[in-house]
Every structure is written in structure tokens, then in C-alpha cells.
Design a protein around this ligand. Structure first.
Ligand code: HAM
Length: 430
């Protein structure tokens, strides 16, 4: 057998798993089209300077994770240049926006991308050296309104919709504001001062960051450092009035659209270009690498790489992590019984047992509740152990029409008793 293998941190994706990747990509394209995003494809390698000026010299990505190589001159007319495999796609999109003068259209540019990114990280489950991102960016010249908080809220609402349509339940949206570049610089100084007395008791990384980039201390995962970090000043107290108002408007729009979120004062993100809104969607099923996606606003990025003023906001989802989450949810669903029968009142227990017997004899796996339980308790037990719940009350018993709740979709249907066994044996996602 050949000893040539896929390089550490890279993987082959084989059928049937590739079908799941294709389904995720098709769903993303469909949802993006509904929000009027068009596809952009930028090159996989770029000038190294693009990433050091945008993502930032001091970040982990630029300082230690990039695949950078010299592209040697092949003729006297050519120069040797330093190239880098893209570690992320936002910098490339903003470079393209500048290069093609897209700002001169006066319109908001709404683009999405799907493709491989490269970072030399320590590989583990959910973390690879070649991974795929599905991302989107909204950029435009100031008259087009790209700075407006409604853009932030719309992007977040789109993400909530996309995750729901992918069938990813149980996500959490964590949100914060890191303010303007001036707010951040002010906060960095406040942190630097606060860290002078406490940093010597922290991990070696934090001791270094306390001097080079105090904001990064907030990302520390070392358990012993957490109580110290909790006592540090919060960035929200360093925001100017305009940034505070912007953030309040984003949250108000999310409330109106009923997109649930949690405020996380420590969410500063690992890339330097962020201003104002930053966010991550996490999922408990992912383990240590629990970020499904991350993003935020980058109002100064275009200018930082030599372009015109062009505020923007966007995100990137880790496609590998979407796949892992869907596989875990699918495995959990397969371990559940077909249905849980919830009798409404103790007097209905005998009828519920008869119904359970009927369905079990038809080959279905059934958990039987107890009529003495409150409906809420029955719902909770059923959600843990079954794909569906059948409610059996006096009315249902008389009419022979039962109420069935499907947990994966949240749908409640009326089903004739004669058709119940067939209904319960169809997959719960349909
Ligand atoms: P990021 O947080 O560095 O942001 O990456 C976004 C997502 O890519 C992460 O939440 C994670 O799901 C996935 N990801 C990152 N590194 C890896 C890895 N080594 N293996 C597997 N998945 C990974 C950005 O890249 C920004 N460009 C997002 C953005 C767009 N902000 C504004 N616009």
C-alpha cells in the first residue's frame, strides 16, 4: 500500500457524505437568493499583504496559521512575491469590491461564497487545516446605507432562517458590540491598565497578550484564568454614544423579528477588522469547537486596504461543522422511539394502553406516559425520548381523530386512528 496519504488536517469527502454537503449548499443558495444575495468567487491564493493588513499582524491567523510561500520570479519582468492560501474570504471579497469599483454603482453589494479556506491549526474534531466556509457579505458606499443597524439585524435573521431550514435545532446566537476603532483602542488601554496587577497570576499566553493585544485575553479558555477575566472592565462601558445607539437598534430589530439571542460581553473575535456588532452562533453538539459560524461588522476594512469608505457586515459558517452537527442530530433522532402516547387524565390510561398495544403490534416503538402527568411534563418527557407525541384526550377517544406533534418540525396534525400507524412510521423530518 502506498504511504502517500492525505496531508494532516485535510480530508477526502466520499459518498454518501458528499450528498449531505450538496444538500447544505443547495439550501444555502436557495435561502441567499430569497434575500437577494448573488455568488462571488475569489481566488484561493492572494497577496500575503492582503491578510496582514486586514485580519491583522498580531492575530493567531496571520502570526502563525497561514500557508505562505514565495512565488519565484520566472522572468526578469516579474518580481518574486509572497502569496498566501486564503485563511478566510472577507478580505478577498473586499479587495474585489475595491478592484472592480463596485462602490461606484452606489448600490449595496450583497454577495455570498462557498469554498475552501486554509489555516495551520492543531487538527481535532471540527478543526481542520483545509475547511470549507459558506459566507456572505453586505458592503456599500455610505449613501447605500450599509452602516445601518437594519443590515446587521437582517443578516442575523437570515442566519436564523438558514439554520432552521437546514434542520439545525438548538443553536444559540451570542452577540456583542466592540464599538468603533476609537472605542476599541480606548478599551484596549483600559484593559491594559487593569491587567497590570492581575496578569502575573494568569497563563503565559495571557501574560503576553496583556502587553501585545489585551483584547485577546478575553478569548482565553484556561479555567483558572476565568474568575480573573470576569472581574475585568467590559467593552460596553467604553462605547461612545453612536456605537451604543447602533447596538441598541440592532437588538431592538432582533426582538421585533423574534430572533432569540444572548449578550456575551467577552465576544471580541479573533480577527482585527471588526467594528461594532460581532456575533457567533454556537451549538452544544459540537464539543470544544462549538462555533458553527462567526461574523460581524467591518466598517473600516476597505480603507485599511487602500479602498474608499465602504462599511460592511458579514459572516462565515464552518461547513464541516454544519455537517457534524446534522450527523449528530440525525444519530440522536434515530435513537428515539417512534412515538410517546400522552393520556389526558388518569381515566384515559386504559385506553392509552390499548392504543400503545395496537401500535406496538404494528411494529412501532412506543413509550407510554401517564394520565396523572401535567401536559407540560408529558411534552418534556416525550421530547427527550420520542420523535412524535400522540395526545389522547376524551374528545380524541370519542372522535377517533388524534392530535400528533412532530418535534423535528414543530408541526401539530390531526390524524385518523386507522391511519395512525402509517403516519407514525414516516420519517419525522417530512
Ligand atoms: P472565523 O470566526 O475565523 O471568521 O471563521 C468562521 C467560521 O469558520 C467558524 O465559526 C468556524 O465554524 C469555521 N472555521 C474556522 N476555522 C476552522 C477550522 N480550522 N476548521 C473548521 N472550521 C473552521 C471568519 O472567517 C470571518 N471571515 C467571518 C466574517 C465574514 N466576518 C465578516 N464577514
Amino acid at each position: 500500500m502506498s504511504n502517500l496519504k492525505a496531508v494532516r488536517g485535510t480530508r477526502d469527502l466520499l459518498p454518501p457524505e458528499t450528498a449531505l454537503w450538496n444538500r447544505i449548499e443547495a439550501t444555502a443558495r436557495r435561502v441567499f437568493a430569497r434575500y437577494n444575495f448573488g455568488e462571488i468567487r475569489t481566488p484561493i491564493f492572494e497577496d500575503t499583504a492582503l491578510f496582514s493588513r486586514s485580519v491583522g499582524e498580531e492575530t493567531d491567523i496571520v502570526s502563525k496559521e497561514m500557508y505562505t510561500f514565495e512565488d519565484r520570479a520566472r522572468a526578469q519582468s516579474e518580481k518574486t512575491v509572497s502569496l498566501t492560501l486564503r485563511p478566510e474570504n472577507t478580505a478577498g471579497v473586499v479587495r474585489a469590491y475595491i478592484e472592480h469599483k463596485l462602490g461606484e454603482t452606489g448600490q449595496l453589494q450583497k454577495v455570498y461564497y462557498i469554498g475552501p479556506q486554509f489555516r495551520r491549526e492543531r487538527p481535532q474534531k471540527g478543526r481542520y487545516r483545509q475547511f470549507s466556509q459558506i459566507g456572505a457579505e453586505v458592503i456599500g458606499p455610505p449613501p447605500a446605507g450599509s452602516e445601518s443597524p437594519i443590515r446587521d439585524a437582517e443578516v442575523l435573521e437570515m442566519l436564523a432562517t438558514l439554520l432552521d431550514e437546514l434542520g439545525i435545532s438548538g443553536w444559540t446566537l451570542e452577540i456583542n458590540s466592540v464599538g468603533s476603532a476609537a472605542d476599541r483602542a480606548r478599551y484596549n488601554e483600559v484593559l491594559r491598565t487593569a491587567l497590570v496587577s492581575v496578569a502575573p497570576g494568569m497563563c503565559p499566553d495571557c501574560q503576553r497578550r496583556a502587553v501585545t493585544n489585551p483584547l485577546r485575553v478575553l478569548d482565553c479558555k484556561v479555567p483558572e484564568d476565568q474568575p480573573i477575566i470576569e472581574t475585568l472592565p467590559k467593552i460596553v462601558d467604553s462605547l461612545d454614544e453612536a456605537s451604543k445607539a447602533h447596538f441598541a437598534a440592532v437588538l431592538a430589530a432582533l426582538d421585533a423579528a423574534q430572533v432569540p439571542y444572548t449578550r456575551n460581553y467577552r465576544l471580541v473575535r479573533g480577527l482585527d477588522y471588526y467594528t461594532r456588532t460581532t456575533f457567533e452562533f454556537t451549538h452544544g453538539g459540537l464539543g470544544a469547537q462549538n462555533a458553527l459560524l462567526g461574523g460581524g461588522r467591518y466598517d473600516g476594512l476597505s480603507e485599511a486596504i487602500g479602498g474608499p469608505k465602504a462599511p460592511g457586515i458579514g459572516f462565515a459558517m464552518g461547513e464541516d461543522r454544519l455537517v457534524l452537527t446534522l450527523q449528530a442530530l440525525e444519530a440522536a433522532a434515530q435513537q428515539k422511539v417512534d412515538a410517546y402516547i400522552a393520556p389526558l387524565g388518569e381515566n384515559l390510561n386504559p385506553a392509552a394502553l390499548a392504543l400503545a398495544r395496537e401500535l406496538r403490534r404494528a411494529g412501532l416503538s412506543i413509550d407510554l406516559g401517564d394520565g396523572s402527568f401535567r401536559l407540560k411534563k408529558s411534552f418534556e418527557s416525550a421530547d427527550k425520548t420520542a420523535r412524535r407525541m400522540v395526545i389522547l384526550g376524551e374528545d380524541e377517544l370519542q372522535s377517533g381523530i388524534l392530535t400528533v406533534k412532530t418535534f423535528a418540525t414543530g408541526l401539530q396534525s390531526k390524524v385518523n386512528r386507522a391511519e395512525l400507524a402509517t403516519y407514525l412510521s414516516t420519517p419525522a423530518s417530512e
